[in-house]
Design a protein around this ligand. Structure first.
Ligand code: FES
Length: 139
């Protein structure tokens, strides 16, 4: 079995048995997006704990194997990490996480949908915190 085959198996396994699939009862971030090309969607929820760490991360969604496996792997990577880690996260990190598969342009969107949802949610949360602080500091 080539390493590409192994990664294909891993992606299919995450698709069939998604880790961290479901909804959180308590969450601070709730973010949703879809791929306009196909309509596939992903919702992610994050519970933020002390030190701005992502204590719990879950997702729900429907779509192709790559989009669903990618977001599921991402929840595992993100769990326990500080919110700042999401800002640093790049598409190369996601491709590496997936085993650098040979993706065509339309599949790249599939692979990156989860990252987009996570980044949108975290940036929105940090932006709202910043605004709150700002308003509190007004004379
Ligand atoms: Fe829709 Fe992949 S085909 S996200």
């Amino acid at each position: 079995m080539s390493s590409a085959d192994i990664y294909r198996e891993v992606i299919l396994d995450y698709y069939r048995h998604p880790r961290n699939f479901g909804k959180l009862e308590k969450f601070d971030i709730d973010s949703h997006d879809s791929n306009p090309l196909c309509g596939d969607e992903i919702e992610m929820q994050v519970q933020v704990g002390s030190g701005q760490k992502m204590e719990e991360v879950k997702f729900t969604g429907k779509g192709c194997a790559i989009s669903q496996a990618s977001v599921s792997m991402l929840t595992e990577l993100a769990k326990g990490k500080p919110l700042g880690w999401v800002k640093e996260l790049s598409k190369e990190d996601v491709f590496k996480m997936l085993g650098n598969p040979d993706l065509g342009p339309s599949r790249v969107k599939c692979a990156l949908l989860g990252m987009k949802v996570l980044k949108t949610g975290v940036y929105g949360y940090l932006g709202a915190q910043y605004e709150e602080k700002d308003e509190g500091e007004l004379p």
